[in-house]
Design a binder for this molecule. Structure first.
Ligand code: CP3
Length: 351
């Protein structure tokens, strides 16, 4: 049994229970836009940082202390379990994550490990230890969110070998050799279920599935190559009772599927009106989002106008978690992120 949290507003909103104000956190809230983060990163590379529980804890706590968010999120990356499945990944300054051997052949596919529960812990011991240290440091102040990439998004990285614009490799394989992609998605799905179960066992209070690239699929392909695997992950961890947030970038054409997926919360990008989204799926899931990350380049009065508009468009009643529609950008002024948190708290608390 988990002990009571001092601030459980975020968890209440996930369950669509009444709250005193709209909870808010920011995707990628611990990142390069903070000088304290850059100071840690000066000493170690990104992967080392992700694998050092003391540094993970320090990074995870930064936005809690500096911004006053309503939830902490484990500092890690969606590609950590992919590395544990046997692919070598490097994080580069210019190109972001790069895999030296993208999975494009039968032998590459055969060589990948499926991680079951004990292997998930053994190959990523720093995850369990990081969660333990973070929970200790949080001291029941706030919930901690764990996460994983969703199967299709992870398959995209594994096949493309880096962040892709056109998804030429994965789509070529998807249309030409769908059985290959299904086999890869199957391996990833089993691994992710065990990876998330490990995080939940370690004590995270909610989990988010990042299906960042699912929006690159048309609805027919989404239903064949993304949705069934995401649903399998959700089913696989559902009985833990841990709230599940499903985020996708480009949600407009897949929103009803997300609402029906078994997730508790649908994470929206900024290209959709949250009021319309609520009409479409608001009786099935809570909604998270959906401020354009670029609004945070503007002065606080402008941020206020846009944040207020999202709160107004969502309307009254529970089930909204305020967030950006995608990760915060590295050149965002910290003061603006801080202002956003204050604005959301003030404006929503007034209602
Ligand atoms: O939200 C959080 O604060 C938790 C930490 C977190 C990171 N990445 C830290 C990170 C989370 C949840 C992610 C998820 C992630 N990682 C996604 C899904 C969400 C999204 O943004 O769409 C994806 C696609 C990745 C893969 C990834 N990791 C890319 C493409 C990059 C390079 C681009 C970039 O922003 O640098 C990373 C690196 C990364 N992940 C950084 C951080 C803080 C920057 C690393 C650095 O310090 O150099």
């Amino acid at each position: 049994m988990k002990t009571m949290l001092k601030n459980d507003t975020f968890l209440r909103a996930c369950r669509r229970e009444p709250v005193d104000y709209t909870p808010v956190w920011i995707m990628r809230q611990a990142g390069r836009y903070m000088k304290e983060y850059r100071a840690i990163r000066k000493k170690v590379d990104f992967l080392t940082m992700c694998k050092t529980p003391e540094l993970v804890t320090e990074a995870t706590l930064l936005p809690v202390e500096i911004l006053g968010v309503d939830a902490a999120i484990l500092f890690s990356d969606i590609l950590i379990p992919v590395e544990a499945m046997g692919l070598e990944v490097r994080f580069t300054e210019k190109r972001g994550p790069v895999f030296s051997n993208p999975v494009r052949s039968e032998s590459g596919l055969e060589g990948l490990s499926i991680l079951n529960l004990p292997e998930s812990v053994e190959r990523m011991p720093f995850i369990k230890e990081s969660i333990r240290l973070i929970l200790e440091a949080l001291d029941n102040r706030l919930p901690l969110i764990g996460f994983s990439g969703a199967p299709f998004t992870l398959a995209t990285y594994m096949i493309e070998g880096e962040t892709s614009k056109n998804f030429t490799w994965i789509k070529r394989i998807m249309y030409d050799n769908p059985a290959f992609l299904h086999k890869l998605l199957d391996k990833i799905t089993t691994t992710i279920i065990n990876y998330l179960e490990m995080q939940i066992n370690a004590g995270v209070h909610a989990v988010q599935l990042f299906d960042t690239w699912a929006g690159s699929l048309g609805p027919v392909d989404y239903q064949e190559f993304a949705l069934p695997y995401t649903e399998r992950v959700i089913k696989g961890i559902k009985e833990t009772g841990c709230p599940i947030i499903l985020f996708a970038n480009g949600v407009s054409s897949i929103l009803e599927f997300m609402g029906n997926s078994g997730a508790d919360v649908a994470g929206l990008d900024w290209r959709i009106d949250i009021g319309d989204a609520r009409k479409r799926v608001g009786n099935m899931v809570a909604l998270q989002g959906n401020l354009d990350p670029c609004v945070l380049y503007a002065r606080p009065p402008v941020i206020k106008k846009y944040a207020k508009n999202i709160l107004d468009r969502y309307g009254s009643g529970p089930g909204h978690i305020f967030n950006l529609g995608h990760g915060i950008l590295p050149d965002t002024p910290v003061e603006h992120a801080k202002a956003l948190i204050e604005i959301v708290h003030e404006e929503s608390g007034k209602r």
